[in-house]
Design a protein. Structure first.
Length: 114
């Protein structure tokens, strides 16, 4: 009889252990499914954010290209202004005294007593 009771107790313990293991595995499967759903949601959210960021990058690249063109245009204007300034300075430097006197004599000034 003792042998029979030991076998029943062993089978009961084995059954309980199997039940607990199966319950734990099912619970892990449920958790894994929940985690998979959450991971899919996060993936979708990240894809949406990536699309928004890609659109912002495109806009920023367009603005950057426009700014680069503006910088190039301004640089050309600066070069032309410097050339004009240099030409005028050279013209004044190369002018004779007579030419300078003729140029400045066109201006009317008021005499002031010092």
């Amino acid at each position: 009889m003792k042998n029979w009771k030991g076998t029943v107790v062993t089978l009961a313990l084995f059954g309980i252990i199997v039940f607990l293991i199966m319950n734990r595995l099912h619970s892990n499967d449920s958790m894994t499914t929940k985690e998979m759903v959450r991971t899919e949601q996060l993936k979708d959210s990240l894809q949406d954010q990536t699309q928004v960021l890609d659109n912002q990058i495109e806009v920023i690249e367009i603005v950057a290209d426009s700014l680069e063109q503006d910088i190039a245009d301004h640089h050309q204007k600066i070069i032309k202004l410097k050339e004009t300034q240099h030409e005028k300075a050279t013209r004044i430097y190369n002018a004779s005294d007579v030419e300078l006197l003729e140029f400045f004599s066109r201006f009317k000034t008021k005499d002031s007593i010092h």
